[in-house]
Design a protein around this ligand. Structure first.
Ligand SMILES: [Zn+2]
Length: 455
């Protein structure tokens, strides 16, 4: 299939920040063939494939959004522990989370993905770290869901092996043994990981956090990931309580602790990174370690404001994340562009903190950077994968904002009129094409109630 999109504004998010007030895109198969000003050339190469022309008047085309941090299973436990900070929130939720099973995870993953994809996400990550014994193939369940929805997916195989009796935060019944966690993670890589350019599925190695994982698991997980050539992901420097935990237990802050266990590097990205000293920011920059900025979750759990302007100025790769929907009930990424801009302006850099274009870059190219996929995703350029979103900006919510990028970032959530993932339409006129969202809503409610009843 060849798709020609014309008469729209285009923000390519390439290195030069090229934009067209009125431009075109030509997509052949799963790749972008051409991007440029004005209408598409009248003569298109005829390779015999069907041709679709899209008149995208009133829309803005951007690269698909990349969500770099999430916990899909939390879709079933939204709206709980509403006024708690991270540690109290976790302790309150662990008992319920430890009762999840394969059907619940599959349903929660479908719901989480449907919500994000309908809002312009084309690449998604799930960090899943709770694997109760005898509850089925939880990683396989979310991989199946991602395949059904048709999203480009990284399953970050998480783990926890530091239960309360060993000084960790999670209860003992919620953790695995170190050996079980490593063996299952290696098996996930061997079974599922696709290193190819157009991969729809990759695996990352993702022990949960310094207060739920042993030093030995962190060390061995880093070795495993490097032996297999996959990326590393975890939570880092999220709260003052985590910082105090690291100083008390290891005699150093989280970033120094991560460095001592092999966890800084250009193959690593960490969620949050709120409580960072200047030396921590410099260490991330020196090693090329990436950050998943999750502004709504950080606000919901009163964690603080990540130093995004400082991270960017130092050259640290930064993407955006929804985080789990038990700490960000919205579940949408396109609203995080606005939240990232607004929340960072409340910090010391004030109005210079983050521009609308920087917010768009975080959500697209920045996300591709932290996932190590700028070769094929993150910007609209010939030769890249056709992960493209059209946002309709001539309706009530946006028509008086002349700058389309400002309309997208500062205005209300913009309707997605078309989303392509690898050239395949997954959303048209705000409707998900690959799944029935009403059926998913009903199933998610049923599974959420089932989890509440059995915990
Ligand atoms: Zn998280």
């Amino acid at each position: 299939m060849t798709t020609v999109i014309e008469h729209c504004a285009i923000a390519t998010v390439d290195a030069a920040g090229t934009e067209y007030a009125d431009g075109h895109l030509v997509i052949a198969g799963d790749r972008i063939k051409a991007v440029g000003p004005g209408p598409a050339p009248r003569e298109l190469p005829d390779d015999g494939s069907p041709l679709r022309r899209v008149d995208a008047s009133g829309a803005l085309a951007t690269p698909g959004l990349v969500n770099t941090h999430h916990h899909f299973y939390q879709w079933l436990t939204r709206g709980l522990a509403q006024d708690a900070h991270l540690f109290d929130w976790l302790v309150g939720l662990y008992p319920r989370w430890s009762r999840i099973d394969e059907r619940m995870v599959h349903t929660a993953a479908r719901a989480s993905l449907a919500m994000m994809v309908r809002g312009g996400v084309t690449s998604a990550v799930d960090h899943h770290y709770i694997f109760p014994r005898g509850t089925g193939d939880l990683l396989g369940a979310e991989i199946a869901a991602a395949r059904e929805i048709g999203v480009r997916f990284t399953a970050a195989r998480g783990s926890m092996d530091l239960g309360a009796s060993d000084g960790g935060l999670p209860p003992d019944f919620a953790v695995e043994s170190t050996d079980d966690a490593l063996a299952a993670t290696e098996a996930a890589i061997d079974t599922h990981h696709d290193p190819g350019f157009s991969a729809m599925l990759r695996i990352a190695v993702a022990p949960c956090s310094p207060f739920s994982v042993s030093t030995e698991l962190l060390r061995q997980a880093a070795e495993l990931a490097r032996r297999k050539g996959v990326r590393l992901h975890t939570h880092g420097s999220e709260t003052v309580e985590e910082e105090a935990f690291c100083h008390e237990r290891f005699g150093m802050g989280p970033t120094d602790y991560f460095e001592s266990t092999g966890w800084l590097g250009e193959d690593v990205w960490m969620a949050h990174c709120v409580h960072m000293t200047d030396a921590d920011v410099a260490a991330f920059a020196r090693t090329g370690t990436g950050v998943a900025h999750c502004p709504s979750s950080n606000a919901r759990l009163a964690a603080g404001i990540a130093r995004v302007p400082d991270l960017l100025a130092a050259g640290v790769p930064v993407g955006l994340g929804v985080d789990g929907t038990a700490s960000n009930e919205s579940g949408e990424l396109h609203t995080e562009l606005r939240n990232a801009l607004l929340i960072n302006r409340l910090g010391p850099h004030r109005e210079a903190a983050l521009s609308a274009r920087q917010a768009l870059r975080l959500a697209t190219y920045g996300g591709a950077q932290v996932l190590g996929r700028t070769d094929g995703t993150g910007s609209l350029e010939p030769g890249k994968l056709a992960d493209v979103v059209l946002w309709q900006l001539d309706g009530l919510g946006h028509s008086t904002i002349a700058d389309p990028v400002a309309a997208l970032v500062l205005g209300p959530p913009a309707p997605v009129t078309l989303s392509l993932i690898g050239g395949r339409p997954v959303v048209e006129h705000g409707r998900l094409l690959t799944a029935d969202e009403h059926e998913i809503a009903r199933a998610a409610r049923t599974e959420s109630r089932r989890l509440a009843d059995c915990s």
